[in-house]
Write a protein that binds this ligand. Structure first.
Ligand SMILES: CC(C)(COP(=O)(O)OP(=O)(O)OC[C@H]1O[C@@H](n2cnc3c(N)ncnc32)[C@H](O)[C@@H]1OP(=O)(O)O)[C@@H](O)C(=O)NCCC(=O)NCCS
Length: 163
């Protein structure tokens, strides 16, 4: 059984930070390189930065299957849309339909919040994930290059799905 648990406590956020370390190094090093992975982990996925994001309106959700933590997602409401900021599964839990379930969970949240769409950004070279988003009904709406400091940029597609 897949469960989604919204978390706010430091001990759960520490757990997400440790999953982020594993997932980001493994998945993003070939895409953006080790230096940018280290920089982005510290800036966006340290426990401290996630606690700040939660204070500023982000929801972090642990994804569990058969009582094991298999990944996490994060979103925030932006006007009448949900911005899906993070959705990450441990490698051994990918390709089994859990990502699709997680996206359905987000679409459900969007409905509860009377939002009209779910939006996200995804690295232009993160091909498998782009495919997964397209299979869940997201469409590319444009490209977005964001300066994140220290000489690094996020080179993304902006994607959206109406709900
Ligand atoms: C992206 C991610 C959340 C998708 O979750 P998942 O559980 O692997 O995907 P699912 O098994 O639910 O597959 C959903 C659909 O996408 C397709 N898909 C998933 N991963 C794919 C891949 N790497 N390549 C091609 N298609 C893929 C599946 O075939 C499936 O298609 P279907 O709807 O026609 O059956 C997960 O793979 C992941 O965590 N990836 C690494 C981290 C990442 O890049 N996250 C996104 C950051 S923006």
């Amino acid at each position: 059984m897949v469960e989604f648990r919204k978390v706010t406590q430091k001990k759960d956020i520490d757990l997400i930070a440790s999953m982020a370390e594993i997932i980001w190094h493994e998945h993003y090093t070939p895409i953006i390189g080790k230096e940018q992975v280290l920089y982005m982990l510290k800036k966006f996925q340290s426990s401290e930065s996630m606690m700040d994001q939660i204070k500023n309106g982000y929801s972090y959700v642990l994804i569990r299957h058969d009582e094991k933590d298999i990944g996490y997602l994060a979103y925030e409401q932006r006007k009448n849309s949900i911005f899906l900021s993070k959705i990450y599964l441990l490698k051994e839990s990918r390709g089994k339909g859990f990502g699709k379930r997680a996206m359905d969970y987000v679409f459900e949240k969007a409905g509860e919040l009377n939002c009209v769409s779910v939006q996200l950004t995804v690295n232009r070279f993160n091909k498998g994930s782009i495919q997964a988003y397209e299979n869940s009904g997201f469409e590319k709406r444009g490209e977005l290059v964001q300066d994140i400091g220290n000489g690094f940029v996020m080179d993304d597609y902006f994607m959206e799905k109406s709900v």
